[in-house]
Design a protein around this ligand. Structure first.
Ligand SMILES: Nc1ncnc2c1ncn2[C@@H]1O[C@H](COP(=O)(O)OP(=O)(O)OP(=O)(O)O)[C@@H](O)[C@H]1O
Length: 243
């Protein structure tokens, strides 16, 4: 009898499942940096805090398949990041801490258009979507300028625009305000607060996470607190004070 193969992608993804991490462990070589992670993320805004090296970036990267777990599974709307990475990346945008890591094209407009070209969006629609998003983030007047000449705050907005133009249902931010001054950090915080998309944000900037629905505290590769922002920030401060 022929054995049925497990389908690579379920016939239909189920957004109500959110992002699930099931028995996740991750190691770089011999070194385990995340272990025992079992979570389901369905809230609109989830924050992740923790000390340097506790595994936050690795955790964030698991959520859109930039990193595939050494053991266990990460499922986005039921899609396994191991099997369905293209589909997962369409659903989960990722904004890096350093926008220079994300900005690859000479001009602002070309940079934002890049993802849409990859998705083979027709030129007329592409132009419309790029113009609309540049306008939304105050970058319309810079469309033909070299991206590398933008200020740090504008570069972060450009990186966010480049992700949002692809209309992902969820966006992961890895320390989106770390490199910014206070004014720009607040501006990015407002942008994140107003997003209709589900957000997961890793941050050392506790103000950014103030009104998040759920905040995870990571320590030595494990989630040691998981609750409303106020409770988790209190637990994190205590953890750090005891060191
Ligand atoms: N590509 C890699 N190869 C080897 N080790 C890595 C790699 N990326 C991260 N690590 C190590 O894994 C551990 C967790 O790193 P990670 O960047 O996930 O932590 P983090 O909590 O985001 O830290 P930070 O707050 O300093 O950004 C660290 O000890 C780090 O040195």
């Amino acid at each position: 009898m022929r054995r049925r193969r497990r389908p690579l992608v379920p016939a239909e993804a189920d957004p109500s499942r959110g992002i699930e991490l099931v028995g996740v462990r991750h190691a770089y070589g011999e070194r385990t940096v995340l272990d025992g992670i079992d979570l389901r993320l369905t809230e609109h805004r989830v924050g992740v805090i923790g000390s340097n090296g506790s595994g936050k970036s690795t955790f964030a990267r698991l959520l859109n398949g930039l990193v595939v777990p050494t053991a266990g599974r990460v499922l986005v709307d039921g899609l396994d990041t191991r099997d369905a990475v293209r589909e997962v990346r369409r659903r989960v945008g990722f904004v890096f801490q350093d926008p220079d890591a994300q900005i690859v094209h000479p001009t602002v407009a070309e940079d934002v258009a890049y993802g849409l070209e990859n998705q083979q969006v027709a030129p007329a629609e592409r132009a419309e979507r790029v113009a609309e998003i540049l306008d939304r983030y105050g970058l319309a007047g810079h469309a033909d300028h070299p991206a590398h000449l933008l200020s740090g705050g504008q570069k972060q907005l450009l990186a966010i625009a480049g992700v949002l133009v692809m209309r992902p249902a969820r966006v992961v931010f890895d320390e989106p305000t770390t490199l910014l001054d206070l004014v720009n950090a607040r501006r990015i915080a407002r942008v994140i607060a107003e997003l209709p998309q589900a957000v997961v944000a890793v941050s050392h900037d506790l103000d950014l996470l103030d009104d998040f629905d759920r905040v995870l505290v990571m320590d030595a590769g494990r989630v040691v607190e998981d609750g409303p922002a106020e409770q988790s920030v209190r637990a994190y401060r205590k953890l750090m004070a005891d060191r």
